[in-house]
Design a binder for this molecule. Structure first.
Ligand code: NI
Length: 211
């Protein structure tokens, strides 16, 4: 099954993306930190070394945390972009970054919701079930400003919706009932240390360094 990189099929792709090999691990922000709870600013400068380095760091940080997606405010940067490495409904792996993403409004003809488990690197250790559109289209740009249209199904569609929520200053906790939100925060309290220990081990494995 070909992998899709920036929406384009490629025959072979390494498990660890080239961005991650260049990147450094950044600290992942946690729910409650201000940068996660306000809208991010649009990216207006493209093709800069700073933007490329941010994307490299976000990839490595996502892999260290065993994530399928990561938004910039999850590394403390309030810019509208995210990275992803996530399978779709058919098991196709999608890898890339998307700047200034906007989701198409749901098509009433094909709108259907899928209940599935979802977690967030900024709510370490929690996992809850919630409905998401099973198909979505995200429009935005790449780091050089080139327009991109990314179509997604299944878990990848969930990922694009989750990451776009982050850029609006939301987390998936905001989509849960009060009772489920409390349950998620309890899971985080119980499992947080274990999750951070795993991230430290992953950092050593992926970079040969401790934190
Ligand atoms: Ni998240």
């Amino acid at each position: 099954m070909p992998t899709r990189v920036q929406g384009q099929p490629v025959e072979h792709y390494p498990a660890l993306s080239p961005e991650a090999r260049r990147g450094s691990v950044r600290r992942v922000t946690e729910v409650g930190e201000e940068v996660l709870h306000r809208p991010c600013r649009p990216v207006t400068e493209f093709g800069t070394p700073e933007l490329a380095a941010l994307i490299d760091d976000m990839f490595l940080t996502m892999y260290v945390a065993d994530g399928a997606g990561l938004a910039a405010n999850q590394v403390g940067v309030d810019l509208r972009l995210f990275v992803y490495d996530c399978p779709d409904e058919q098991g196709v792996r999608h890898v890339g970054h998307l700047v200034n993403p906007v989701l198409d409004p749901p098509d009433p003809a094909t709108r259907s919701l899928l209940e599935d488990g979802e977690g967030c690197l900024s709510v370490p250790g929690a996992r809850m079930t919630l409905p998401r559109a099973e198909h979505t289209v995200a429009r935005g740009q790449d780091m050089d400003g080139k327009p991109l249209v990314i179509e997604a199904t299944g878990y990848f569609a969930r990922c694009l919706q989750h990451e776009t929520d982050h850029l609006h200053g939301g987390t998936y906790l905001d989509r849960l009932s009060q009772r489920d939100r409390k349950a998620a925060l309890r899971q985080m309290t119980d499992r947080r240390e274990e999750v951070y220990a795993r991230r430290t081990r992953n950092t050593e494995r992926l970079t040969g360094e401790g934190e």
